[in-house]
Design a protein. Structure first.
Lengths: 158, 279, 387
């Protein structure tokens, strides 16, 4: 039997422990989506009103540098959360999201959730906590990559 | 009166059969004994001391297939005087070999369990022997996952072999790079990010970790978070070695001699030391 | 000449002059005799050919960073403690070639050293030094690997030990349970008895070789009083140790205090000069050096004493692990007193006091242990304020 969207969301680490009423609300803002390889889910600078729970596939966060073309910053893969710009002003994507491998995801209407969160602060807190967790993990990983630990000069020490 | 006691500091002579350039500044030597004869068997994770005439001797992990006695295979980075000179050796050149020394990866304890091999950078070299062993004795092991992190796509070691293993239906291979420098459609991120989604049962896994000390520490944190018991995590340490037989004192790490109590250690044994500075 | 020979464990009395006979017998048996002698205002160990080479009538005054030779008012042969050198320099040479290599048509050949084994006889080995030799035995002669030089010299070693009649200013063998009485592993053990009217030795026979050495020496059986006198001399030495160390729980004490502020404190004094490791009778660290001649056709590998106090002792590509003086001092002291126990089953320290005497700034290992221990026992400030 196929899993309902609500049960999938309930089990996902991002929404775990969320109050059942809020979960119902979130489910209302969710939908299954599919992206082909080579397409862009979003472009740098576009309005960020959605975020995605990746179920399968690979999406690259890219930045465009004129003389270098597109540079991949990071890849977001199965089990990970793509996008937090929907909850922080100016609500625009910082990077482009390019699909490397056919990707299935659950898209969430971040704009809708954000608006509701401004009114219901308990909901807002639950959302912000979870987004902060993702950011913390991403920041840690980024710091480790910055250390350049495979290089001869970790941390830039001479 | 003269002594005829065996001298563990005397090298055996081997001839270079082949020098393979792997990635920039990393090369592999394939060696055969100079005057014929047997190559002593080695256990995965062990190392030899390799001597370059007139230059010096360094410890290098054995990275060949333990089931294949010959040739003797060593992969290393050319970063110091000895290793740089070694990288310029040609087929037929002679090199001194002492060993094998040290403790080995827990391939016996891992039987019947899932196996996680987490390697970073040059750390894949001592773990390649484990991959050879596990894939040739596949029925003895559960899910087998290789996680590999490199600096950039150009720094991926043993790329073709990684691709071959990845093509197996019963092996999972995940490769990620810290940053991209060219066209790369693979994962971009630090190797620790591969752990949460890797398909293994943390309650029934032996994890073997090798790479720069920083990489190993971060990787172990993620493995712990995932629920792998500390006694089931093994890592390979590196320290200055002059004798490799526990007599020169250089490789001491707390009460451990990395050359004979290591280089492979059970994490629970050295957990306290890893956290300490300048030990 | 005696009609019958003594047995192992017997005690006999030998006149002072007869000690010269030991030199004769040992030389005749092909031994190179090594013992204490005066040089450069200190008592060192070197080849000695006769009784006259011994530091007769000398004593030493030792304290932190201080060593002075003084003349005694008597002619005691062993009336001093230990000097800057230890017997390890003979069993474990400070500089030694391991092998040579020579370029050939198709590669190179390795030429092992032909190990000529010297037969060594040590005269004047103290109990602490005997323990130090046993400690180094565990390092260099293992079931899996042995150092052939150490092993062959050790297997042919003759030991004429001495029970100390003089406790040094920095001695603490009683704390380490390594003396002053010689218990085992000797061929002969001498206790010097010297007063206004007498100068003789109470000699304990340790082995068959010890019996052979006494073959040409006139002796009489030691009476109960003789034996008691020897015991009293040693007991008196034990009462006059210059230092002491509480070794209760010392391994765990140091293991749990790796971040103690005392290490920072001692690091302000330590020069990392490595004197302590050079004079210590158990320190065993070495390095290897590969050299070639100018033609590049001959290569040699040498082994040399090294010290954990050097900056590049712990160097691996990228840098050294222990860069601070604090970490290196901590490494030396915790290895000596704590990790050595895990590695070899005994302490690495024999209480000879050399590291205290020969430290240019007088760092005292017993004081460092005391400082850490006392800070644990002292009530914390918070507790004090509460009461």
């Amino acid at each position: 039997m196929m899993q309902t969207l609500e049960s999938i969301l309930a089990e996902h680490p991002f929404f775990k422990g969320l109050d059942p009423d809020y979960l119902e609300l979130v489910t209302g803002c969710a939908s299954n989506v599919r992206f082909d390889a080579g397409t862009y889910i979003f472009r740098e600078g576009e309005e960020a009103s959605q975020f995605y729970l990746i179920r399968e596939g690979k999406v690259a966060l890219e930045i465009y540098a004129a003389q270098h073309g597109s540079i991949t910053i990071e890849t977001i893969e199965a089990g990970e959360v793509l996008g937090w710009s929907w909850i922080f002003p100016p609500y625009r994507w910082h990077f482009s999201g390019r699909v490397f491998e056919p990707t299935r995801a659950i898209a969430l209407d971040g704009k809708c959730l954000r608006t509701k969160g401004e009114v219901d602060h308990d909901l807002g807190y639950e959302l912000m906590k979870r987004v902060a967790q993702i950011m913390m993990e991403r920041l840690q990983a980024t710091r480790i990559r910055l250390l350049d630990m495979y290089g001869d000069n970790p941390g830039g020490r001479l | 009166m003269t002594s005829t006691l065996p001298d563990p500091m005397l090298p055996q002579l081997y001839r270079v059969q082949h020098v393979r350039r792997e990635i920039p500044d990393t090369f592999t030597l394939e060696l055969e004994p100079k005057d014929g004869g047997e190559i002593p068997p080695f256990a995965t994770g062990q190392f030899n001391m390799l001597y370059v005439f007139g230059v010096g001797e360094i410890p290098i992990s054995i990275s060949g297939d333990p089931a294949k006695r010959r040739p003797l295979v060593h992969t290393t980075r050319a970063v110091g005087t000895v290793s740089r000179t070694m990288s310029e050796l040609k087929p037929d050149d002679v090199i001194g070999v002492r060993g094998p020394f040290g403790s080995h990866w827990p391939i016996k304890q891992a039987e019947g369990k899932d196996v996680v091999i987490a390697a970073g950078g040059i750390g894949l070299a001592p773990l390649r022997s484990v991959m050879y062993h596990v894939s040739s004795q596949r029925e003895k092991y559960g899910k087998t996952v290789l996680l590999y992190g490199a600096r950039t796509p150009a720094d991926i070691l043993y790329r073709r072999e990684l691709e071959n293993w990845r093509a197996h239906f019963d092996l999972e291979v995940y490769v990620t790079v810290d940053r991209v420098t060219d066209l790369w459609r693979g994962s971009v991120g630090v190797v620790t990010q591969l752990i949460p989604r890797a398909p293994f049962d943390p309650k029934n896994t032996i994890a073997m970790v090798c790479g720069p000390e920083l990489m190993m520490r971060f990787t172990i944190v993620e493995l712990e978070k995932r629920g792998v018991a500390l006694e089931n995590i093994y890592l390979s340490m590196e320290r200055n070695m002059k004798c490799a037989i526990g007599m020169c004192g250089h490789c001491q790490y707390g009460p451990n001699f990395v050359c004979k109590d290591g280089p492979v250690f059970q994490y629970s044994q050295i957990q306290a030391l890893l956290a300490k500075w300048e030990v | 000449m005696n009609s019958s020979l003594p047995h192992v464990h017997d005690q006999v009395v030998v006149d002072r002059e007869q000690i010269q006979e030991l030199f004769v017998t040992l030389t005749r048996k092909g031994y190179r005799v090594v013992g204490p002698t005066v040089r450069d205002h200190a008592i060192v160990y070197d080849t000695v050919t006769s009784l006259a080479d011994l530091p007769i009538g000398y004593t030493d005054e030792q304290d932190g960073g201080t060593y002075r030779l003084k003349k005694r008012s008597d002619e005691a042969m062993f009336g001093y403690a230990v000097g800057p050198q230890s017997w390890k320099k003979f069993l474990f040479p400070p500089v030694m070639r391991l092998w040579q290599a020579r370029r050939e048509e198709n590669g190179f050949e390795v030429i092992p050293e032909s190990q000529e084994i010297p037969k060594l006889a040590f005269i004047g080995v103290r109990s602490c030094e005997l323990h130090a030799i046993s400690i180094q035995d565990k390092v260099f002669m293992r079931a899996d690997y042995s150092d052939p030089t150490y092993q062959s010299r050790r297997n042919n070693l003759c030991i004429v030990a001495v029970n100390c009649g003089h406790a040094g200013g920095t001695c603490f063998c009683t704390s380490m349970k390594t003396g002053p009485k010689v218990i085992s592993d000797f061929d002969l053990a001498l206790t010097e008895v010297l007063d206004k009217n007498h100068h003789y030795f109470v000699v304990e026979v340790g082995t068959q070789l010890g019996i052979e050495l006494l073959q040409t020496i006139p002796y009489r059986e030691a009476s109960h009083d003789d034996a008691q006198l020897a015991e009293d001399i040693v007991a008196n030495t034990a009462e006059h140790m210059g230092r002491s160390m509480d070794t209760i729980d010392i391994k765990d004490l140091l293991y749990r205090n790796m971040e103690h502020s005392r290490w920072d404190e001692v690091a302000t004094r330590c020069l990392s000069c490595s004197n302590c490791t050079m004079v210590c009778p158990t320190c065993f660290c070495t390095t290897v050096e590969d050299v070639t001649d100018l033609t590049g056709k001959q290569a040699e590998r040498w082994r040399k004493w090294d010290s954990c106090f050097t900056m590049d002792f712990s160097y691996i590509y990228g840098g050294s692990i222990r860069t601070s003086t604090k970490s290196r001092y901590r490494q030396w002291m915790t290895h000596k007193l704590a990790s050595w126990i895990d590695q070899f089953g005994t302490s690495g320290c024999v209480g000879c006091g050399r590291c205290i005497t020969w430290c240019p700034v007088g760092i005292d290992i017993t004081e460092e242990v005391r400082a850490i221990r006392e800070s644990e026992n002292a009530p914390t400030r918070a507790a004090k304020e509460q009461s």
